[in-house]
Design a binder for this molecule. Structure first.
Ligand code: ZN
Length: 379
C-alpha cells in the first residue's frame, strides 16, 4: 500500500530543499503545492513573527468519515539544524547518507515525508479514518519555538503522534523538563601588565565556579551542561565580563530545581568570594511529560505496532521535542521513530527500510484509530 519509491524520492527531494530554523518559507511553499495536488488546503499561523522566522506553522485538516474515531494530531518539524553547504543525499546499500560534509536532514524530513505518504495512501485506497490534523512546525531545533507559538485552544485532538524519533520500534512516552541558565559575571578591567591587582578577572571567577559544578550526567534522569562561555578582550586586559550559557534537564521536577540551584549558587559563591557582580537568569525551556502505559494513545500505538509485526519498546528520551509542548497543552502525545541515526552530525543517515516501516506504522495507527472509540473525551 505504501509506495516505497515515491516515499524515498519524496525524501530525497525534501532534504535538498534547505530549511534551517527560521528559514522555512521555501520548503513550506513546496509542501503547500504538494498538499494542494491532493486537494488539501494548507493554512499558516503567525508563529514566525514571534522569533523573526520567515513563516509560521503549517496546518492541514483532513476531515474523516469515521466520526467515532479519536481525532489525531500528526506532527513533524520542517526545520533542520544549521549546515553551510547544500545537502547532497547519497544512497549506499539501502541507507541514505549525506555526502559527508553536511547533516542529512532526516531529522525531521523523515517525519514530514511519512505524513505526506500517509495522506497519499489514505486517498488512493479510500481508507476510512477519523479526523486528522496535520501540524508541521517551524523552528523546533532552536527551542521548540514554532510549537510554543501555536494557539493551542484551536488545536482539537484526542491523541498526538510526533514523527520525530529514532528507532522504529521505540515509542517515546517520556521526556524531561529543561531549564536554561544565562549568567553574566562582571569583574573589573585593569592593565594586565602594570596593574593586575586592580582587576577582577571574570574569566577566573567563571572558571572556578564551573570547576565546582556537577555537570554531565547527574543521575539516570538528570543531566547538566555549560555549553557556551564568552568573554575577554585582549591578553593585556584583565577581563571584566564573561557570559555563560548552560542548561539542565530532568524527568524529575525536584531534581531539576535542585540542579539549577546548585549551578547558580556555585556562581554566586565564586563571585562574592572574588568581589565580582553576578547577573543570572534561569528560565524554563519546556516541561517534562510522561504518557502512562495504560493511556489510550500508548495502547493504540502499541496495538498498531504489533499488528504489523513490530515489537514495540516504550522508552524515555533525554531531549525535548514538540511532543513536550503538545502534552503540556493537554493532548496526550507520543513520539514515533523513523529510523534516523546520528542526528545533528555529518554522519546522519536513515535506512530506507526503516523509513518505510515507520510510515507503515503511522498508516496502521490511523487504521486502528478508525476502529477505536475514545473512552473519555478530553475536549
Ligand atoms: Zn527533530
Amino acid at each position: 500500500m505504501i509506495n516505497q519509491n515515491r516515499l524515498k524520492n519524496q525524501f530525497l527531494k525534501l532534504v535538498k530543499i534547505d530549511s534551517i530554523s527560521k528559514h522555512e518559507a521555501n520548503i513550506m511553499g513546496y509542501l503547500v503545492s504538494e498538499f494542494s495536488k491532493l486537494g488539501l488546503r494548507a493554512t499558516f499561523d503567525q508563529a514566525g513573527k514571534y522569533f523573526d522566522g520567515e513563516i509560521g506553522n503549517l496546518f492541514v485538516s483532513i476531515p474523516g468519515k469515521v466520526k467515532s474515531a479519536p481525532k489525531l494530531l500528526l506532527n513533524a518539524h520542517v526545520d533542520t539544524v544549521t549546515h553551510s553547504k547544500k545537502i547532497k543525499p547519497i544512497i549506499k546499500r539501502g541507507v541514505i547518507y549525506s555526502d559527508g560534509t553536511t547533516i542529512l536532514g532526516a531529522d525531521d524530513k523523515a517525519g514530514v515525508v511519512a505524513i505526506m505518504e500517509l495522506v497519499r495512501c489514505l486517498k488512493e485506497n479510500n481508507i476510512p479514518h477519523g479526523d486528522i490534523h496535520i501540524v508541521l512546525t517551524v523552528a523546533e531545533e532552536i527551542g521548540l519555538h514554532g510549537s510554543k507559538a501555536i494557539d493551542h485552544k484551536k488545536l482539537k485532538a484526542d491523541f498526538g503522534f510526533v514523527l520525530d524519533g529514532g528507532r522504529v520500534n521505540g515509542i517515546v512516552n517520556q521526556a524531561p523538563s529543561q531549564d536554561n541558565i544565562v549568567a553574566k559575571i562582571h569583574g573589573r578591567a585593569a592593565h594586565a601588565g602594570t596593574h593586575p591587582e586592580d582587576g577582577i578577572s571574570s574569566i577566573k571567577v567563571a572558571s572556578s565556579a564551573i570547576a565546582k559544578m556537577k555537570l554531565g550526567r547527574i543521575d539516570f534522569e538528570t543531566t547538566a551542561n555549560i555549553g557556551l562561555i564568552k568573554g575577554g578582550k585582549a591578553t593585556n586586559i584583565v577581563p571584566d565580563l564573561v557570559e555563560i550559557k548552560g542548561e539542565a534537564r530532568s524527568h524529575n521536577a525536584k531534581k531539576l530545581k535542585k540542579q539549577m540551584r546548585h549551578m547558580t549558587s556555585e556562581l554566586s559563591r565564586a563571585c562574592s568570594k572574588a568581589g565580582a557582580k553576578l547577573n543570572v537568569k534561569v528560565s524554563s525551556e519546556y516541561r517534562s511529560f510522561k504518557v502512562g502505559e495504560n493511556q489510550e494513545v500508548m495502547q493504540l500505538a502499541k496495538k498498531a505496532a504489533k499488528s504489523i509485526g513490530i515489537q514495540p519498546i516504550t522508552k524515555p528520551t533525554g531531549g525535548g521535542s514538540d511532543a513536550n509542548i503538545f502534552n503540556a497543552s493537554g493532548i496526550p502525545s507520543v513520539i514515533i521513530g523513523l529510523g534516523a541515526r546520528n542526528l545533528h552530525t555529518i554522519k546522519e543517515n536513515i535506512p530506507i527500510q526503516d523509513l518505510v516501516r515507520g510510515t507503515e506504522l503511522l498508516l496502521q495507527i490511523v487504521k486502528e484509530a478508525a476502529q477505536w472509540t475514545v473512552s473519555k473525551k478530553k475536549h
